[in-house]
Design a protein around this ligand. Structure first.
Ligand code: ATP
Ligand code: MG
Ligand code: MG
Ligand code: MG
Length: 469
């Protein structure tokens, strides 16, 4: 049964509404009053204080389609974009939440009903994981939902284990957390990868679609686990991953919205091979950049604003690699707003601002990009070993505005790495020189030469100045 991304979002919210959940709009990508978090990384963020018992709401069940960015902090997928079929910097997380209302049994029942009754997914393509010692969740899946034992995998909290799996979810280093149960979909044996808990799990065959967290603790800075006032439920399902399944494609980048966005990107850049990875990267990055600006983040040299600037520059570099002539990135904002369906409404309202900010930013970087790429290419070609020296990485940063992760992205395309420690040393030496020159207290991050002084401060909320801890 084919469903568009927009239809899936609606079906999910309506399903949980029919189970007594209040539909709550997505919150901003900039977490309100939460200095522990760089960007909103999960649907539960806006309910953090409700889980902790510090905030009372008029309802005990909620559902949302939350925009998320994972490009820094505890959950960072920036380096995965363009390399896996399932990761974006920006994605939407569908979630249902119980604040001391239902717990394990109903959470599992609802998830299974939505997937197998509403979406009609074949049961034999689904696998689940439970927390290693959670016999209760195991029994619920096995006895009540009828999933055979061999398709239920016990996974712990991955302390030192070689695999990626982790069935203990935490928002960050502190905050609500608990054991979880996750649902995986098998895309078929023509794709490389193994089931969760196996050494090949990070392949793209078995894809994690839905995490159901049994919120029970509040993790303190010193690592102690304080029990929450009441056991609760927090779930998250990436809409792009479930859309891939409902649209009969394997990669998130082949779903309706990405197909259109990739075509638009190819057209704007003037490039024809739609399977090029750089097109995927640009299509991914326009979503995070546009929505970060919608939510008040402005490109800058520190904190959230610097993450935004880095993503923009990575996108511009990928476009440049495909032969883009001049500023192209901002031209994708209009198509994006159309494609996003009901989630595009806020973007539409701020389209002109978003375009303007992106255009200025890409034009600025465009002035030094070609020359910087020449220097980088020469350096990479003249290398003896596998690691680009920190001095060169620093020079590219300092003179040409190449964030270290962008240089790393270019090096990685050729199987090379960069000397990050050497870069930090060069950066620290420059900070020292700046201090000695009398700029006491000024972080060198603020004086990257290639950047024009901020022209964006007049647009209201600027988030780029927040200090991220
Ligand atoms: P993965 O192991 O694939 O990186 P995760 O375990 O980090 O995913 P969770 O923190 O459990 O993800 O988030 C809940 C759900 O959000 C995931 O099951 C997935 O459907 C979706 N999701 C997480 N990260 C991304 C991403 N970078 N892009 C798209 N969807 C994502
Ligand atoms: Mg992850
Ligand atoms: Mg996972
Ligand atoms: Mg997970």
């Amino acid at each position: 049964m084919y469903m568009s991304t927009d239809e899936i979002r609606r079906a999910f919210l309506e399903f949980f509404e029919s189970k007594g959940h209040q539909i709550v709009p997505s919150s901003s990508l900039v977490p309100a009053n939460d200095p522990t978090l760089l960007f909103t990384n999960a649907g539960m963020n806006q309910f953090k204080d409700t889980f902790l018992g510090a905030e009372k709401r008029a309802y005990t069940r909620a559902t949302s389609a939350q925009r998320c960015v994972r490009a820094g902090g505890k959950h960072n997928d920036l380096e995965n974009v363009g390399f896996t079929a399932r990761h974006h910097t920006f994605f939407e997380m569908l979630g249902n939440f119980s604040f001391g209302d239902y717990f394990k049994e109903d959470a599992i029942k609802y998830a299974w009903e939505f997937l197998t009754d509403v979406l009609k997914l074949p049961k034999d393509k689904l696998m689940v994981t439970v927390y290693a010692t959670d016999d209760e969740a195991f029994a619920l899946w096995n006895e009540k939902m009828g999933i055979p034992e061999e398709r239920i995998v016990r996974i712990g909290d991955n302390k030192g284990a070689p695999y990626a799996s982790d069935n203990f979810w935490q928002m960050g280093d502190t905050g609500p957390c608990g054991p979880c149960t996750e649902i995986f979909y098998d895309h078929g044996d023509h794709i490389w990868g193994g089931p969760p808990g196996s050494p090949e799990e990070d392949g793209d065959r078995f894809i994690e679609i839905w995490n159901n967290v049994f919120m029970q603790f509040n993790r303190q800075a010193d690592g102690t686990m304080e029990p929450l006032p009441k056991p609760s439920v927090d779930t998250g399902m990436g809409i792009e991953r479930i859309a891939a399944i409902m649209q009969g494609v394997h990669s998130n980048y082949e779903i309706d919205i990405f197909q259109t966005l990739i075509k638009e990107t190819a057209q704007v850049i003037g490039y024809e091979d739609l399977s090029n990875q750089s097109l995927r990267v640009v299509a991914d990055h326009i979503r995070s950049c546009a929505y970060l600006i919608v939510d008040g983040v402005m490109p800058s040299n520190e904190g959230r604003g610097y993450v935004l600037r880095r993503i923009i520059r990575r996108a511009v570099r990928h476009g440049n690699k495909l032969g883009a002539q001049g500023a192209f990135f901002h031209k994708l904002v209009g198509p994006l707003a159309e494609i996003m369906g009901t989630a595009g409404e806020e973007l539409k309202k701020q389209q002109a601002l978003v375009e303007k900010v992106l255009k200025i930013e890409e034009e600025n970087f465009g002035r030094t990009l070609d020359r910087g790429m020449q220097i980088l290419n020469d350096a990479l070609e003249g290398m003896d070993g596998k690691e680009l020296d920190g001095e060169t990485v620093f020079k590219l940063y300092d003179t040409y505005g190449f964030p270290a992760d962008l240089t790393n992205d270019v090096a990685r395309e050729r199987g090379l790495t960069i000397d990050e420690a050497g870069f930090e040393t060069a950066m620290e030496a420059q900070r020292q020189r700046a201090r000695e020159a009398g700029q006491f207290g000024v972080d060198y991050n603020n004086v990257i030469k290639v950047d024009a002084p901020s022209e964006f401060t007049g647009y209201g909320a600027t988030q780029g100045t927040g200090v991220i801890t």
